[in-house]
Design a protein around this ligand. Sequence first.
Ligand code: NDP
Ligand code: 8X3
Length: 250
Amino acid sequence: MIVLITGATAGFGKATAQLFASKGFDLIITGRRTQRLNDLKKEIESMHKVNVIALDFDIRNFSQVERAINELPDSFKKIELLVNNAGLAVGMSSIHDGLIDDWERMVDTNVKGLLYMTRIVSPLMIQQKRGHIINVGSIAGKEVYPNGNVYCATKFAVDALNRGMRMDLVQHGIKVSSINPGMAETEFSVVRFKGDEERAKNVYKGLQPLTAEDIAETIYWMYSRPAHVNINELVIMPTRQASSTVSVRE
Ligand code: NDP
Ligand code: 8X3
């Protein structure tokens, strides 16, 4: 059975790839950082009896997405699970002084990239009359917070697409789910703050954030429910976080 995970070079995607490999699934892993993808493929194939195809492309570019998936060997087109995970926040500015380039990167990756993947992979699932798409949303797609403006808007869009996809694909036997995490320590904040490691660390100071492994385990649990059960959406937070704006720190 084939599992396709976007954004597998770091964070949630990498941990999810490792977990599904340990359960015996063949994988398609994607991202832009070729070396990391190849290292992960090598690591997984040396530890588990599974096959991994690593595809390096920019999810913002529809032709690259289309070519990468169309060129897969036929056996790897039988995709059982698509984890639409690749995404990012860039910057954290008030709406009146946000950078247009930051906004475009977020909209193009989190919304358009997720759409491109879904547009190419869902017809393959329709042919099989089965499949599961798990969209990685965020607490930012459930509540807006100050200076979250555009990132939140992209994750609200993921929330809407998650619902819309489910309506369109239910007739084809395809499950559609979303996982919406709160604070999780990955490379997310380093990317958001453009390499400022100190500022990124402060985001999690004084509380125990979620880990990438927590998210991977939850994605596996969502996927592994019986055939007649679908988890439509799930919100997962650190115990000490109650909402986007309320958390308790030591
Ligand atoms: P990381 O920064 O650790 O990983 C992000 C992944 O997305 C990387 O593998 C990166 O690969 C990939 N990616 C980013 N842009 C592109 C692109 N243009 N084309 C292809 N791949 C891309 O972050 P997380 O693991 O934390 O984030 C994963 C998802 O979870 C995101 O959608 C994020 O919004 C969401 N999320 C994160 C939370 C958190 O607190 N960490 C909480 C809630 C949701 P590469 O750079 O190699 O292309
Ligand atoms: C990431 C979680 O709260 O930084 O989606 O937006 S948050």
